[in-house]
Design a protein around this ligand. Structure first.
Ligand code: PAF
Length: 284
């Protein structure tokens, strides 16, 4: 069966309102250009909402409000037909794909959702306004879809931490589930932006998983101090332009000097103008 495509907020509302009580809804918000990482989220949603028990919906919406003025909104890869075929294979049966960004952000919209306590460091520092755009669109989508379960990836660890806070603070319905990073065979974290890497930059980007593996090796051998863990290891990233390399508390996202509780090693690096992020959690 093909995926039911909904183009407008009214169509999405109508679809949600006609579901009988007890019919469950799994939801995966995306910006499209689906890869195995997204498909793992859809499969998890389907596992939690089996056929017969309800629906798995995804949204495909390149949200302009989470891009800064000099970022890659215009270059963000798009392939709706390919996405719908992949989403169907992974178990989705409904897709909300607005054609016009005004559908989500009409001229009259004046409400923003923010979680400043978790959004100032890491990606929030280099992408001001990014998480405000993410929180606002996710809140809108959540209110429309009213999912029993929504699934997000841990590659965007800071996004996941912020959305967990938002979900709890705004008493949003259902459950929010995080899923592990899915990697290419050479270790590079899957990302829609990988499609924009020229071949030589794609090879150089292998430096990111190598760097993460090196820090993990040091940690496994007993290093706990930030200086020991990171010091010269950041040189491994040098074929790219480092945006940040951070070691932060995995719960509060505040920088740590020593790993005494679970800590997040997070990096953002530009290769040929493409910004890639990756992370791992170091668990003492
Ligand atoms: O992670 C993403 O793809 C986006 O930030 C999200 C959650 C779909 C909001 O636009």
């Amino acid at each position: 069966m093909a995926v039911t495509i909904l183009r407008t907020v009214s169509e999405l509302r109508r679809w949600r309102d006609q579901l009988r009580p007890g019919v469950r809804v799994g939801f995966v918000p995306t910006m499209g250009s689906l890869h195995e990482g997204h498909l793992s989220l859809l499969r998890e949603a389907r596992r939690r909402v089996p056929e017969g028990a309800g629906h798995v919906a995804l949204s495909i919406f390149v949200n302009p409000t989470q891009f800064g003025p000099n970022e890659d909104l215009d270059r963000y890869p798009r392939d709706e037909a390919g996405d719908l075929a992949k989403a169907r294979e992974a178990g989705a049966d409904v897709a909300f794909c607005p054609l016009d960004p005004h559908e989500m952000f009409p001229e009259s919209a004046a409400t923003w959702v923010e979680v400043p306590a978790l959004a100032t460091g890491l990606c929030g520092a280099s992408r001001p306004g990014h998480f405000r755009g993410v929180c606002t669109v996710v809140t809108k989508l959540w209110n429309l879809v009213r999912p029993d379960v929504a699934v997000f990836g841990q590659k965007d660890f800071q996004q996941l931490a912020i959305l967990r806070r938002l979900h709890a603070d705004l008493f949003l319905c259902g459950e929010l589930v995080g899923m592990p990073i899915v990697r290419e065979p050479d270790g590079l974290a899957m990302s829609s932006r990988n499609a924009n890497l020229p071949p030589d930059a794609r090879l150089r980007a292998r430096a990111i998983p190598r760097f993460i593996a090196e820090v993990q090796r040091r940690f496994t051998r007993g290093a706990r101090a930030r200086t020991e863990l990171l010091a010269d290891a950041t040189a491994l990233l040098e074929p790219g332009v480092i945006d940040y390399v951070e070691l932060v508390d995995a719960a509060t996202l505040a920088p740590v000097a020593d790993v005494e509780r679970p800590a997040l090693l997070a990096v953002a690096v530009h290769f040929a103008g493409v910004r890639l992020i990756d992370n791992t959690v170091l668990e003492p």
